[in-house]
Design a protein around this ligand. Structure first.
Ligand SMILES: CC(=O)N[C@H]1[C@@H](OP(=O)(O)OP(=O)(O)OC[C@H]2O[C@@H](n3ccc(=O)[nH]c3=O)[C@H](O)[C@@H]2O)O[C@H](CO)[C@@H](O)[C@@H]1O
Ligand SMILES: C=C(OP(=O)(O)O)C(=O)O
Length: 436
């Protein structure tokens, strides 16, 4: 059993078929988590639309319920949430189930004198430091400590948080979101320098603006936030999940299918397009919110000018997203040539490559951060375990490309972030069975 008692089930996949047809993309997990947390910043109802129906969202909603919020689920993707007491015992197993639980810190600190929280969970992909969160929240006038059992304790030094000119030591996504949310109810103006600017950070800012908090610089690394005495309710539609989009582009490209991907925000895909082009996969815009991955692809790992081996590395937005490097790695095994994959941001995200090697991939894992993929390789079905959400999806793609049957275990890790994955893959003509 997992922390929240969800399925530890498995997927059985018979490989060899191309993923073809149409797929509808869900709302962005990494927008949903902070936007759910931001409902705590107002006493008025907040109506959230395009919320993905995934495990992480269900955990976050359970945490809000524990904090006294009223949650009305209008349908699988829309909720009206009204916050209540904002205190209550947060179950350790729920907090530890998702990284997003750390996002309660900012809103709870803005609305209470002090907050206690056990450390968050999420993917085990290397050290996930909290220093930047503490740095930002301390600058707004609080004291942060962690006790011997790892419990986080934050206390306001004044009657309320006080706006400040803050410089973050790294452009951390969730730290930026926490500081934005805390600053929205701080006294006076705050400036966040070296802020993260991912589309989900932009979503949180757009939602807070609708709640009555003026924010300048959205999408840049310098945000100016005018703190308010109170915020109002709003209706907000979450952006689409560009990690899911990238995953389906990779799935179609690697398996040789033709796929129409619907529910796309093209402006989020500029660097992702360049990354996929480097591994020989292209896609074209097909209307304002769709893209097409054509069946016919180059399938060649491109070289740098001068004929040198190319590389793909991750970076904070608008760089290539860390969360898509595992997908790129598995897709590269199906293309001709060599490429260096350089994971700069997380220490332990590349160990899933051992599973790919076991399935027949020719990859040299140089060190925890760098791998050279030599392709193409015929992959063979195997029993593998999903270590984290993106590695899990990468293993699904490997299984689709492989000859024979694969079993992918620990699919809770995948379903944390992908809505109805088995259903979506079956609709694309793939042989996948989900068992509990
Ligand atoms: C719930 C949520 O939103 N999770 C996302 C969030 O996690 P999260 O907010 O936890 O990730 P952070 O942005 O804090 O950091 C991710 C990693 O990148 C490193 N780092 C970060 C910024 C920087 O300028 N330089 C640098 O090296 C950090 O040290 C850390 O190892 O952002 C990550 C990076 O996009 C994504 O993988 C996660 O899916
Ligand atoms: C690392 C990820 O998620 P989380 O931060 O929620 O663990 C991810 O979505 O790839």
């Amino acid at each position: 059993m997992t922390a929240k008692g969800a399925s530890m089930g498995e997927y059985r996949i018979i490989g060899g078929n191309a993923a073809s047809g149409e797929v509808q993309i869900s709302g962005n997990k990494n927008s949903a988590l902070p936007c759910l947390a931001a409902t705590l910043l107002t006493d008025e109802p907040v109506h959230l639309l395009n919320v993905p129906d995934i495990e992480d969202v269900q955990v976050m909603i359970e945490l809000l319920l524990d904090l006294g919020s009223t949650v009305v689920r209008e349908d699988a993707h829309s909720y009206t949430i009204t916050s209540g007491s904002r205190n209550g015992l947060l179950k350790r197993n729920l907090v530890e189930a998702v990284r997003g639980s750390i996002l309660l810190l900012g809103p709870l600190l803005a609305t209470n004198d002090e907050v206690r929280l056990t450390p968050p969970g999420g993917d085990v992909i290397g050290l996930r430091r909290l220093d930047t969160h503490f740095m930002g929240l301390t600058s707004l006038g609080s004291d942060c400590t962690i006790n011997e059992v790892g419990e986080i304790h934050i206390r306001c030094r004044h009657k309320s948080l006080i706006g400040a000119d803050i410089f973050l030591d790294e452009a951390s996504v969730t730290a930026t979101e926490n500081v934005i949310m805390a600053a929205s109810l701080a006294k006076g103006e705050s400036i966040i320098n070296n802020a993260a600017s991912e589309p989900h950070v932009q979503d949180v800012c757009a939602m807070l603006q609708k709640m009555g908090c003026p924010i300048e610089g959205i999408g840049s690394n310098r945000l100016r936030i005018k703190g308010q005495q109170r915020l109002g309710g709003c209706e907000f539609r979450l952006g689409s999940d560009y990690m899911e989009i990238g995953s389906f582009i990779g799935l179609a490209g690697a398996s040789g299918g033709q796929l129409l991907v619907k529910g796309v925000q093209h402006e989020h895909l500029r660097m992702i397009r360049l990354g996929f082009e480097r591994i020989g996969i292209t896609f074209v815009e097909d209307g304002p919110s769709s893209l097409l991955v054509p069946r016919k692809q180059k399938r060649i790992l491109t070289k740098e000018v001068g004929g040198h081996t190319a590389k793909i590395d991750d970076a904070p937005w608008p760089g290539f997203p860390a969360d898509l490097l595992s997908i790129i790695t598995v897709c590269a095994t199906q293309m001709e040539g060599s490429i260096l994959i350089h994971e700069k941001m997380f220490e332990s995200r590349m160990y899933f490559i051992d599973w790919l090697i076991r399935m027949g991939a020719d990859i040299i894992l140089c060190d925890p951060h760098r791998a050279v993929v030599n392709g193409p390789s015929q992959l063979f079905g195997s029993t593998v375990t999903s270590p984290d959400v993106r590695a899990g999806m990468a293993l699904v793609i490997a299984a689709v490309c492989a000859q024979g049957e694969s079993v992918i275990q620990n699919i809770y890790q995948i379903e944390r972030g992908y809505e109805d994955l088995a259903g979506k893959l079956q609709a694309l003509g793939l042989e996948i069975e989900r068992t509990e």
